[in-house]
Design a protein around this ligand. Sequence first.
Ligand SMILES: *Cc1c(COP(=O)(O)O)cnc(C)c1O
Length: 238
Amino acid sequence: MMERSLDSLRENIKIIQDRVAEAAFQSGRNYKDITILAATKMVAPQILQSAIDFGIKCVGESRVQELLQKYVYFKEKECQIHFIGHLQRNKVKHLIGKVDMIQSVDRLLLAQEISRLSVIKKAVTEVLIEVNIGKEGSKSGVDVENLEELLYEISELPGIKIRGLMAIPPVCEDKKLKENYFLLMKRLFVDLSAKNIYNNIMDYLSMGMSSDYYEAILHGANMVRVGSAIFGKRNYGV
Ligand SMILES: *Cc1c(COP(=O)(O)O)cnc(C)c1O
């Protein structure tokens, strides 16, 4: 590994930590109340391990196969491992007992499989419910209209615990439009948390990526998922 790229990795992480602290302060919260998740897809093991050495405490992978390949490298370090990508039911078995959180639960059948396998492994799997906030046909996530019902259904299942909501708002240049998506998510999060559904603690609102994590925090996110702003434009190879 070249010293220079390690230096820029260290520098990128520092910049993000500082901006997260600033956004937290601007929105009346503490730096430590915000989780910075490093999205590590396509990032080589050596580099993701350095990122952890430089202060990253939580990583997210979007493909099951890739997560399994890198699992030993994560485990050599102290970090939380989250799954953040689209998840097929037949792949759930690879994740249970391995990941700290699955952020992309968007349908009952998937939740039932997580529940079933968690019970067998005597584990409780923590999840976020992914919301398709922009109503995009191409994206995963439950529609807003069906969100509350899904929360109630999942909260009755054993071995699975809902910790909050996740969203990937549509790519849009219009700042106001993007803000509206964040605000809508914040409102859903606050309203549904207040319902105290079967005592599930909804304490994470995961939204904001490299281009918009600052704004996401200003509008209520307490977990941001940052990839390219930390690692560069995904050209490291695995
Ligand atoms: C890749 C990825 C991110 C990070 O995206 P960047 O734009 O590189 O910061 C965040 N969330 C999910 C679900 C991802 O797959």
